[in-house]
Design a protein around this ligand. Structure first.
Ligand code: FAD
Length: 477
């Protein structure tokens, strides 16, 4: 075995090893290199980008863009503009999606090279707290390591052994064909996003969700407009329902569905499993370090993201919490700042979340559900998008913007938006909360007209009793 001893302290430079080149890992590597550290970045994939770029955020959003386009051409019929049914060239469509990914991963590889980062393609296994072995060939000795190995789809045992009849999100993004009858198991964001893609491309989609509502944990008033639209698009949305048995049959896969009043069997051509993700913490040799994981395999970290092994830090999906790309890159800023001795203020850490369905759902800060569960008193102001000129001009009044305020200070604690483009709109609310803005602050900011962003200002105005488009009960004659 060749031993590449990259101990950079000999060169009076700390050597940082980053394991995993997803949005957490590559951000950490790039920031550290910019601060003058010697950086080695290791990933099992030949190009940086991680799950997010290769089999997550980016390919799914490219496909959702196409789904939205198809859905808009259908909506246009009601406005007097009729297109025929789309003719879908699956190979070309996949090519376009893959090009988007290639372009971005090529860009990241270039940025890594320009920074002088040593990118090594291979599978890393810890031999001790300062040594990583890569694909059994090379050893790297490090001063500090940032573990950014992410997560993978969780597929319950029930569905094993069915081969290509079952897809996880990675297989679904391959888009090898469009099954006529698709069962989506799990009504979380990945299931609904991928279900929307397949529906737009021609699949009949059934979603089963074991809890009583889609997108568990998200405020119900935000989910309702999405559920109403999906109800028209999907063949079936089965809540309080579990898939409890599967059998391959000559016509596909027969699935036993269990709901509160009984069971039934249905046949599908394919099943998409989207019931959650699990941390990538096994097979890493963590037992050769002092890093501890919890019962679910998530790496245990301090507030500074330091593991129980002083030389190893962990960020992103592998530590759990919000398993989102921007959370991983935010962790990276914190850790690199700490390792390099800079004082990094993590701010309030307001974490936006977006479901990129049509309509989109986005929220940040306190949610109504969580406040109610905790018995926390809050004031809530809502603007239905029927009052928005912009929403009407695009034929999409099926939205809602709401703000959650602290009753004592009128400070904005949280925001939730459902509607087209909600994912872009939420950033303003994140900034408002980070900056301790009150409803009055937001109401006094001039917003361009006609835009959907006005709904945020109007929700603040409504809270203050000054909304031009909502009639206050007391002022009605
Ligand atoms: P990852 O991106 O998971 O990267 C980890 C990397 O580590 C991988 O490249 C892997 O190859 C490498 N690795 C693991 N073990 C080893 C090893 N032993 N040796 C070498 N390399 C190793 N998030 C959003 O914010 N917005 C979205 O719209 C969104 N959409 C998504 C859609 C789908 C279908 C999926 C699956 C996920 C989506 N996510 C989204 C979640 C997002 O992809 C993750 O939160 C994010 O990628 C986590 O980043 P990370 O840096 O922690 O790790």
């Amino acid at each position: 075995m060749g031993t590449a001893l990259l101990k950079a302290t000999e060169m009076n430079q700390e050597h940082l090893l980053v394991l995993g080149a997803g949005p957490g890992g590559y951000t950490a590597a790039f920031l550290a290199a910019d601060l003058g550290m010697k950086v080695t970045l290791v990933d099992a994939h030949p190009k940086p980008g991680g799950v997010c770029l290769h089999r997550g955020c980016i390919p799914s959003k490219a496909l959702l863009h196409i789904a939205k386009l198809i859905s808009e051409t259908r909506d246009a019929k009601a406005w007097g503009l009729e297109f025929g049914e789309p003719s879908i060239d699956l190979e070309k469509l996949k090519g376009w999606k893959n090009d988007v990914v290639q372009k971005m991963s090529g860009g990241l590889a270039q940025l890594s090279k320009q920074r002088g980062i040593n990118f090594i393609n291979g599978h890393g296994v810890f031999r001790d707290s300062h040594t990583l072995e890569i694909s059994g060939k090379e050893k790297v000795i490090f001063d500090h390591c940032i573990l950014a190995v992410g997560s993978r789809p969780f597929v319950p045992e029930l569905f094993s052994g069915l081969g290509s009849l079952v897809m996880d999100s990675t297989a679904a993004l391959e888009l090898n064909d469009i099954p006529p009858r698709l069962l989506v198991v799990g009504g979380g964001y990945i299931g609904l996003e991928m279900g929307s893609v397949y529906e737009a491309l021609g699949s009949g989609v059934t979603v089963v969700e074991m809890t009583e509502g889609l997108l568990p944990g998200v405020d119900r008033d935000l989910v309702r407009p999405l559920q109403a639209r999906l109800k028209k698009r999907f063949d079936n949305i089965l809540l309080n329902t579990k898939a409890v048995g599967v059998n391959e049959s000559p016509s596909g896969v027969r699935v036993k569905l269990e709901f509160p009043s009984g069971t039934k069997e249905e046949t599908f051509d394919r099943i998409l499993i989207s019931v959650g993700r699990q941390p990538h913490s096994s097979g890493l040799g963590l037992e050769n370090t002092k890093v501890e994981v919890d019962d679910n395999g998530f790496v245990q970290v301090s507030h500074q993201q330091q593991t129980t092994d002083r030389s190893i830090w962990a960020i992103g999906d592998v530590v759990g919490g919000a398993m989102l790309a921007h959370k991983a890159s935010s962790d990276a800023h914190l850790v690199v700042g700490t390792i390099s001795g800079q004082s990094v203020s993590p701010g309030k850490g307001i974490m936006p979340a977006v479901v990129f369905t049509d309509p989109e759902i986005a929220w940040c800060g306190a949610t109504e559900t969580e406040c109610r569960e905790k018995g926390k008193a809050v004031n809530i102001s809502k603007i239905p998008w029927g009052a928005s000129g912009r929403a009407q001009t695009i034929g999409r009044p099926d939205g809602l913007t709401k703000l959650i305020m602290d009753p004592a200070s009128d400070k904005i604690l949280g925001a939730g938006i459902v509607g087209t483009g909600a994912g872009e709109l939420i950033a303003e609310a994140v900034l408002a909360i980070e900056m301790d803005a009150t409803a009055k602050d937001l109401a006094s900011v001039i917003h361009p007209h006609p835009t959907l962003s006005e709904t945020l200002k109007e929700a603040a105005e409504a809270y203050l009793g000054k909304s031009p488009h909502l009639v206050k009960k007391s002022s009605a004659r």
